[in-house]
Design a protein around this ligand. Sequence first.
Ligand code: NAP
Length: 258
Amino acid sequence: MIRQHRFIKLTKHRLAHRKGPVKIALNGSSGKMGQLITKVANELGHEIVAEINRSTTKYDFMGTKPDICVDFSVPTATVKLCAAAAAFKVPVLIGTTGLTDEDLHKMEDFAKVIPILISPNFSVGIHVLRKLVWEATKRLPNNFDIEIVEKHHTQKRDAPSGTALSILNDIKNIRHDSTGVFGRCGKSEYVSGNVGMHALRGGDVVGEHDVYFFGLGERLEIAHRATNREIFARGALFVAEKFYRVNVPKLYNLEEVL
Ligand SMILES: NC(=O)c1ccc[n+]([C@@H]2O[C@H](COP(=O)([O-])OP(=O)(O)OC[C@H]3O[C@@H](n4cnc5c(N)ncnc54)[C@H](OP(=O)(O)O)[C@@H]3O)[C@@H](O)[C@H]2O)c1
């Protein structure tokens, strides 16, 4: 009964979205992700009403009133965008990674005025991987050592990836004594509770994440491979179609909207 009710709600929701295009202000429009967002948005019948990139000096959305800002840029540009979005009362969906604690504090302030969603990964598969890692961390004894390896293309600016950091955070929420250790070099003794984080960079790798649980006599591996970055654009727009209707100012995560 509950399922049926949820299905009816979802169906109505989807039908409601076919009524009109979502007006999007796109930060990082000239970038790899920005171009894909534009392509997929056009396919879905949405409208990019303002394109923002490095050459933009005035964050006024070019005189338009967007329904939502979508951001795939760099952290400094993300902060500028959020300041403008707060002034114009437009919700923001952030895909940019590498935000510092200081940036996040600023986001918390902007989120007192507008809804802001931050997700370092809009792939459906990663969403499930995080659930599986959560389950494995909960169920396996603490003497299973956890290590995270991520691989990305050479143009990626931040390391480890925002996704790897989110996975580490999920693990810390279960094993409170866990500490991320970023690469190992030289004398490096084993310390129980350390979660090794390893970032590989090369070629055109779209994004790969492996989480290892090493036990004595057995090993569990949970892996995800992104082979086409369009999945991130499709995922982000799927979420944007829902999120632009949210009107309670707050910092959201993907879980709360999906
Ligand atoms: N959440 C996810 O699912 C997901 C998936 C993939 C990537 N990402 C993240 O999305 C971000 C963008 O990735 P990308 O591969 O598209 O990068 P990219 O190709 O380097 O594009 C970066 C964009 O940001 C703009 N930009 C750079 N510096 C700027 C500044 N100071 N002010 C304003 N705009 C500026 C660039 O404009 P110009 O062309 O004018 O320089 C360009 O449009 C990265 O943080 C990446 O990690 C997230």
